[in-house]
Design a protein around this ligand. Structure first.
Ligand code: SF4
Length: 309
């Protein structure tokens, strides 16, 4: 793990990468400026959930995580205990986020989420753990970082299970992301890179399998990914390219503290529920804001040309 005192100045996480690709301005506001916190950027800059669905997704993950911690100690949660715990955590998260959800709707969503957690435990990836079969396994926190070529790197799997002389790294996605298939696969492969660079795990790719369990529509889908040296190279390249872009954006944000020249969101959907919307030129509409920004840039280019003529 990376020592907090010696943290590298750059970091990569899936959340940061996705935000940068969705909206460079939102990324610069969230990660692009020096933090006064000594804690991990990812921890200190985590926002409250924007929607009830986001809140449910996070709470499902948090509940499942507590459940798995107890399972590791061979403490099995009953259905009634899981329901009590999850409901309690949802209510706590709602009041922390100052969010309201009508009672009936909330109860219906809680029921659906509990079902989702229950079915997850029946998946081929997780069933053996619940049955107490594997002797060697470990769970990880997504905020566990390691260092890769001077980059603080967040890509921990949720679980690692030792079986037939290899470690199966398992990633669980409680909601399927909207990114393209290829970039999703590369992001998954970064989990192997994380494992290769982490203490206590092997340092060669043949020692790993990679499994993704993803909630799609109304069921869990499981798939195993190929791990090959060329694919690992591509994944590493993707991560380094992202970090290069992030470094450039940070410099840009520091050179233009108003952020008025930074690119805005790629699509309207990214603005919905954005924490920075009220202070953003896109508050009245993304298309108009982009047009105004372009006009201002053209005007300033024209002024510069006149001044240098
Ligand atoms: S409101 Fe839209 S354009 Fe503005 S920071 Fe948020 S995502 Fe980016």
């Amino acid at each position: 793990m990376v020592n907090a005192m010696n943290k590298p100045s750059h970091h990569w996480s899936q959340t940061s990468s996705r935000l940068m690709n969705a909206c460079p301005r939102a990324w610069a506001l969230t990660y692009g400026r020096p933090s006064t916190h000594s804690k991990s950027r990812t921890v200190s800059r985590q926002h409250q959930p924007r929607t009830f669905d986001e809140l449910l997704t996070r709470t499902m993950r948090a509940t499942w995580r507590r459940k798995i911690e107890d399972l590791y100690q061979r403490k099995i949660w009953s259905e009634a205990y899981t329901e009590r715990m999850f409901t309690h955590m949802v209510n706590d998260a709602l009041s922390a986020a100052k969010m309201e959800a009508p009672l009936l709707y909330r109860q219906q969503k809680i029921k659906q989420s509990l079902k989702q957690i229950q079915v997850l435990e029946q998946s081929t990836g997780l069933r053996p753990l619940v049955d107490g079969q594997p002797r060697r396994w470990a769970y990880f926190d997504r905020l566990d970082s390691t260092e890769v070529d001077g980059i603080e790197f967040y890509a921990a799997p949720d679980l690692a299970v030792y079986h037939q002389h290899r470690w199966t790294l398992i990633r669980i996605q409680f909601r399927s992301p909207r990114t393209g298939l290829m970039s999703q696969q590369l992001e998954h492969l970064l989990t192997v890179l994380w494992a290769l660079r982490s203490e206590g795990l092997p340092d060669h790719i043949s020692a790993f399998r990679l499994k993704v369990i993803q909630w799609k529509g109304s069921r869990w889908q499981e798939h195993t990914l190929n791990i090959t040296p060329p694919l690992m190279e591509q994944a590493l390249g993707l991560m380094k390219h992202d970090v290069q872009e992030m470094t450039w954006l940070s410099r840009w944000a520091m050179a233009d503290p108003s952020l008025s020249t930074l690119p805005l969101a790629v699509h309207n959907k990214h603005c919905r529920g954005c924490h920075h919307r009220k202070q953003c030129p896109a508050v009245g509409g993304l298309a108009q804001a982009k047009l105004r920004q372009q006009l201002e840039l053209n005007q300033s280019e024209a002024t510069k040309s006149l001044n240098t003529a």
